[in-house]
Design a protein around this ligand. Structure first.
Ligand code: ATP
Length: 817
């Protein structure tokens, strides 16, 4: 491909990634309390620092032409330890490669397959990656390879690649594998010279392939790689850990036991720390922050105080590589109830979607590289796909290890990033035995209240627990409002104590009780009366669109009701993810996981049956987030949503594609339809149309997933996001109350009725009055929705008709889901 023909605009340089953060969209990078302008300045200053990792924005969401890079070759391999989501990445590399017109090769068994060649290097087809997205591990095998560490091994690998015309590699592995890939790229010209000298290859062949280009995807379950917010496999590992912890909790409680749970992480405490937050663990031992050598005494002392106060169970999480400050391992002799977690199984929805996004971006990055380009890693920065320099990330990762080797714990934690630090701080705060005097409340004793509004969603209870404990820590009296505004009107408030909220994090639903009614002209005076009666000085609302809308209504009545002139904050919590002011609401991760797992079962139910089309209806009101993201995560063929117009012709077009695919041997086709996608083209209508047009070639079944989509136990992501957002909201409310108390601020201004949302890597408070301007109240949607940029990827990976010309379809041998 002639680079002059490259259709892309120049790459845009982003602000630097400052070490890894925790979950995607969880970063605490800057702009919340200090304001966006100052945040930009800080980032610019960071960019000037020599060691800053500066990403460039990827091409996600762009209009990508079919066969743009016809004739090029790409190979993909997985290396090092396997991680869940690798299959999704492999599928995406293959399908994006084929879409762009490339020949795509698998290299089986990692570098060993590259060195051994032969049948280990095989051409991939569209079909060869069918039905793998939901599978754990890696279908192309992974291995550690001593031969590749030697130049002779790399020379063999170079021969095996050049003889097949392969000069573009996607390496999916950890920092070792990526370092190896970088060495290989540097050695390439020398290796070719040696091969010419040996007479193994011709000068002409070498001249045709003077360089090899490398793009890395980080597959690593312990999230130990600097330069990306999340690595492929971490989210699944956390889910497995939490399942194991939840399972031992009931036994521990019945028998009043203390369980010790060991999780992976030889050099990185991320899994242990985040699992501790998500499971309300009482202790957590991680390599970056070792306890003093007398930790056993401290542990026993604290446990006996807890038992004395009536606590029936204790959970202690230990990272595999945890040590004390003397360097002695924290060992299994600590307790007879020692559980070692094995991470594996089906990939989580997040890891599947991450694999899809990263794989596609990797191929595009490779195609755009020039001989001068440095190898890059595809990272997720907030909710964007970015490209970062590979070796800089590897070096930063190694610097953390160096700091730990030198027992420089402060540096190790700092290098892990602000969000790691915040996880550590939040964990320590929430596990304190007794509230302490602090400086945020300035010694005042405030009355604060919390309520849930709207339908229940994963993470609601976690947010209430975190708010309660942190408010108690700040010496507040905390009131839980039962049954939303109806309860508030009737004065149904319960005082929440430290122990009231014990064990709340792991549970779905809403312990406070939640309803959808908005405040009205009739109810507002009664609401004001109760607030006055209980002397409530700040209010946290955790809920969906109704929580946001109610806050707006209350703030609009402040002039008439001085009782409403108190700081209010909304934490968006709804499976639909339809609240403005945030890219993601609490509960939607749990729902997407639940939907993907239901779809896996539905797909499986068709095994052995003949040609079947499934139409799966998801919730979400008018918001197509759940339908789109679940369709990508489950490998569905299409998703009908309200935000993207579709007509009866589009549905008939689907029938045509289904028929065509089925003629090529495909047995299943899967369409996800959002419940309000179109009021006339209902799920039943689509089924009937399919029945009519199929002429008996396939049968169609409907599955309306319904309320099961709320999921059972919340995912670790929702538990932690609930915990951390509520911690942040509490601090904000404390500051506002104190200002109000000191007469420095009135609570009748827009910035005292806010919504706390995620914007990329930042956590942002936005006045609800401001958000009203960017809201479609009729359809209960934000005017701008970032995830719409994922729609082209859905079509490309499913080979849908409007991304493929008929000619391309005929080229292929048919496909499956
Ligand atoms: P994990 O996170 O699972 O440990 P990793 O990619 O870091 O994954 P490693 O065992 O370090 O796992 O590396 C995998 C393979 O990559 C090695 O077996 C070796 O073949 C290759 N490799 C690693 N480091 C180098 C290097 N410096 N030079 C050449 N090859 C290397």
């Amino acid at each position: 491909m002639d680079t002059e023909k490259n259709p892309w605009p120049p790459l845009v340089h982003e602000y630097p990634i400052d070490h890894q953060d925790d979950f995607v969209q969880h970063g605490d990078e800057a702009a919340d309390e200090i304001g966006p302008l100052e945040a930009v300045r800080i980032r610019e200053r960071q960019a000037k620092r020599m060691d800053s990792i500066i990403p460039v924005m990827g091409r996600e969401g762009a209009n990508i032409q079919l066969n743009l890079y016809r004739g090029r070759t790409v190979a993909v391999f997985t290396s090092g330890g396997d991680s869940q989501g690798m299959n999704s990445a492999v599928r995406s590399v293959v399908r994006m490669g084929i879409y762009l017109g490339c020949r795509v090769y698998f290299i089986n068994e990692g570098y060993q397959g590259m060195v051994d060649g032969g049948e280990h290097i095989a051409e991939a087809t569209w079909n060869s990656v069918s039905d793998i997205i939901q599978k754990g591990g890696t279908i192309i095998g992974s291995a550690r390879c001593a031969d590749f560490r030697e130049r002779e091994g790399r020379k063999k690998a170079a021969y095996n690649l050049i003889s097949r015309g392969i000069t573009n590699l996607v390496c999916i592995g950890g920092d070792g594998s990526l370092t190896g890939a970088n060495t290989f790229r540097k050695d390439w010209p020398g290796l070719l010279e040696e091969l010419i000298k040996d007479g193994t290859i011709s000068q002409e062949l070498a001249d045709q392939h003077p360089n090899i280009q490398i793009v890395g995807l980080v597959g690593s379950i312990d999230n130990d790689f600097c330069g990306t917010d999340m690595t492929i496999g971490t989210d699944t590992a956390l889910q497995r850990i939490i399942e194991a912890v939840d399972a031992v909790v009931s036994t521990a409680q019945s028998h009043q036991r203390a369980f010790v749970v060991e999780v992976m992480g030889r050099h990185c405490g991320y899994l242990a720390l985040v699992a501790a937050l998500a499971s309300e663990a009482d202790f957590c031992f991680i390599p970056e922050w070792p306890p003093p050598s007398n930790w056993r005494d401290i542990l026993c002392q604290k446990l006996s105080v807890m038992r004395g106060e009536g606590q029936r169970l204790n959970i202690i999480i230990v990272a595999e590589g945890a040590i004390d400050r003397d360097g002695t391992a924290i060992s299994a002799d600590m307790s007879p109830f020692w559980v070692t977690c094995k991470e594996g199984g089906h990939p989580s929805a997040f890891d599947r979607i991450l694999g899809c996004r990263m794989g596609a971006e990797a191929v595009l990055a490779l195609m755009e590289m020039t001989p001068e380009s440095e190898p890059c890693v595809i990272s997720i920065d907030g909710n964007s796909m970015v490209r970062v320099p590979l070796m800089q990330c590897v070096e930063r990762t190694q610097a953390v290890q160096k700091a730990m080797n030198e027992k420089d714990w402060e540096t190790a934690v700092r290098l892990r990033g602000r969000s790691f630090q915040r996880n550590l701080d939040t964990y320590r705060l929430l596990t304190k035995l007794h509230p302490e005097k602090d400086n945020l409340s300035g010694g005042h004793h405030f009355n604060v209240a919390v309520m849930n509004v709207g339908a229940p969603a994963g993470g609601m209870n976690a947010a209430v627990r975190s708010f309660t404990r942190i408010s108690l820590y700040h010496r507040c009296t905390v009131w839980g409002i039962n049954d939303s505004f109806e309860g508030l009107m009737k004065g149904k408030l319960t005082e929440l104590k430290w122990s009231t909220v014990t064990n709340w994090v792991m549970h779905g639903g809403s312990f406070l009780g939640t309803q959808k009614q908005l405040p009205t002209a009739e109810t507002i005076p009664k609401i004001a009366e109760t607030l006055k009666k209980f002397n409530i000085q700040a209010l946290l609302l955790v809920g969906g669109f109704e929580a946001y809308h109610s806050t707006l209504i209350l703030s609009q009545h402040r002039d008439k009701f001085p009782e409403l002139q108190i700081p209010m904050c909304v934490i968006p919590c709804t499976i639909s993810n339809n609240v403005p002011g945030t890219v993601l609401s609490l509960g939607s991760d749990t729902a997407v996981n639940e939907i993907c797992s239901q779809i896996d079962k539905i797909k499986q139910s068709a095994t052995g049956t003949k040609r079947r089309v499934f139409i799966i209806e998801t919730m979400g009101g008018y918001c197509g987030y759940l339908a789109t993201v679940s369709a990508i995560g489950s490998g569905a063929d299409n998703a009908y949503i309200f935000e993207e117009d579709f007509t009866v012709e589009d549905i008939i077009e689907d029938v045509r594609v289904i028929t065509q695919k089925m003629e090529k041997g495909v047995q299943r086709y899967l369409i996800v339809r959002n419940e309000c996608a179109n009021k006339n083209y209902t799920t039943e209508f689509v089924q009937q149309l399919f029945a009519e047009e199929s002429h008996g070639e396939f049968s169609t079944r409907i599955n309306v997933l319904g309320h099961a989509q709320q999921g059972g136990s919340p995912t670790p992501f929702d538990r932690n996001m609930g915990t951390k957002l509520a911690a942040r909201a509490t601090e904000h409310l404390m500051t506002l109350m104190k200002q109000q108390f000191d007469g420095k601020n009135s609570a009748n201004t827009p910035d005292t009725a806010v919504l706390l949302g995620l914007n990329g890597r930042r956590v942002v408070f936005t006045p609800v009055a401001e958000l009203a301007e960017e809201t479609d109240f009729t359809h209960r949607l934000p005017n701008q929705q970032w995830w719409l940029k994922l729609r082209p990827l859905l079509r490309i990976l499913a080979k849908h008709a409007d991304t493929y010309m008929t000619e391309a379809l005929e080229d292929s041998e048919g496909e499956g889901i």
